[in-house]
Design a protein around this ligand. Sequence first.
Ligand code: FAD
Length: 435
Amino acid sequence: MKSIFAAFAALAAVACHAAAETAAYDVIVAGGGPAGIGAGYMAAKRGAKTLVLEKSGRLGGMGVSALVSPFSVATASPVVNHIAGRIGFSHSVDFHMADVRAFDLLKETGADVMLHADVIGPVMDGNRVTGLKVNCAEGVREFKAKVVIDATGNGAVAAAAGVPYDEGRAGDGLVQPMSIMFTVGGFDPKRRFLCYSEEDARSKRCIVAGRTWENIVQEEIAAGRLPPEVGVIRLYPGKTKDLAVVNATQVNGLFGSRSADLTKAEIATRKQAAQIVEVMRRHLPGYKNVRISDMPAVVGVRETRRFEGVDRLTTEDVLSGRRREDAVARKCSFVMDIHNPAGAGQAHGHEKAVTGGARRVKPYDIPYGALVPKKIDGLLFCGRCISATHEALASCRVMGNAMATGVGAGAAAAEAVKKGIDVRAVDAKSLHLFD
Ligand SMILES: Cc1cc2nc3c(=O)[nH]c(=O)nc-3n(C[C@H](O)[C@H](O)[C@H](O)COP(=O)(O)OP(=O)(O)OC[C@H]3O[C@@H](n4cnc5c(N)ncnc54)[C@H](O)[C@@H]3O)c2cc1C
C-alpha cells in the first residue's frame, strides 16, 4: 500500500510542477516536419511569439527521420525555396544535417524550438483550442497559445480536439502503404545502378545481364525471396557517387495512426530491406559487397487522417487544375502518386495514365480553407493531414507542398494574432505569400 501512496504523491508533484511551468505563446506549432518548419518560420517571421514542439530528437519529419530523400518542390513558392535552400532540402534531403540547419534557421527567425516534446493533446475552452499538453522529459507541461498549428502529420491535436476526419479510400478504407527508404554503399561507384520508377524498371536503361530489372525482381518474388508487395526496387542517387537511396519496401493493410500497426510496419520493412540487399548482391554487377549504410529512425507514413476543413481539395480540383483566390500553395504539379493500398505498384485504375506509373495532374492551388477546421476555433492544420480527398492527398502530400501549407498556416496565424481575430476570419488573399 505504501508504494501506491508514494506513486500518487509523485503524480501530484508532477501535476503541480506542470501548472507552475505554464508558458504562453502567440503561436505554437505541434510537429517539426516540413510543414511544421514552414509554419514556425513564417509565424515568427511575421512577428508572432512562436514555439515549435517536436516529439523526436530531430526536425525534418519524414525527410530526416524516415530518410525520404527526394524533396519534391512541385509548387511555386519563394518562401519554400528559401527555407529548403537554407536547410539542405533542395532536391535531395541532406538528412545528416538538415535538422540542425532547420533548428538554426528557426532560432534566427525568432522561434523557440523544443525537441523531445511529445504533444499529448489540446487544452480546450469549449470549442476553442487554447494551448497544448506536452509530455516533456521532465514531465507533463502545459503551454498556452492564441493559435495552435497541427503539423504532426497524423493530426494528433486536431483528432483529440474533435475535428471530424476521414482515413483511407472510399470503399475499403485502406490507406497508402507505409515504407522505409534506406541508403546503401559498398558497391563499385563506377557501376552505380539507378532505377527511378516502375516504367524505368522495364525500360532499356535498366537491363541487367540481358534482362530487365523488373523481370529480375519478379523472378525473386516468384522464388519467395521477396514479398510480392515489393513490386519494384527503385534506386535513387545518394548525396555522393558511392551511395544510393533505396525505395522499395512496403506494407499493406496497416495504419500509421495506430501503434500496434506501426510496430508491425517497422519490423516488416526492415526485414524487407535485408532481403532487397541480398537481391542486389545476387544480380547487380559491382554490388557483391553492397551493404546498408543508413537505416531510418522511423517507418515512413504516407497517409493517415484527412480532416474536415471549411474547404476541401478534391480529386477534380487536382485533375482539372483548379486555381483559388485564397491559395496557400500555387501551381502544385506533383503526380497523383497512389501507392497501391492493397498490393504492389500503383492503385488500380491509376497505373496507365503514366509518369513513373502515376497519373498526371494539372497545376492546381491549395485553398486556405483546407487548413481551417470546420468546427474548432484557434486551430489550423497543415502538411499531410489537410482537408483533401484520398486521391488529391496522393499529389499534395509531397514535402514542398506540405511546407507551403505550413508557410500559409504560419502567416495566417500571425495575422490572426496581430488583428485579434480567429484564424477562420483571416482573409488569405491579403497574406502576400508569393511576393
Ligand atoms: C516512403 C515515402 C516516400 C515519399 N516520397 C516522397 C518524395 O519522393 N518526395 C516528397 O517530396 N515527398 C515524399 N513523401 C511524402 C513526404 O515525406 C510527407 O508527405 C511529408 O514529409 C509530410 O510532411 P509533414 O510535415 O506534414 O509530416 P511529417 O513529415 O510526418 O512530419 C511530422 C512531424 O511531427 C512530429 N510529430 C508527430 N506527432 C507529434 C506529437 N504528438 N508531438 C510532437 N511532434 C509530433 C513527427 O515526429 C514529425 O517530425 C514520401 C513519404 C514516404 C513515407
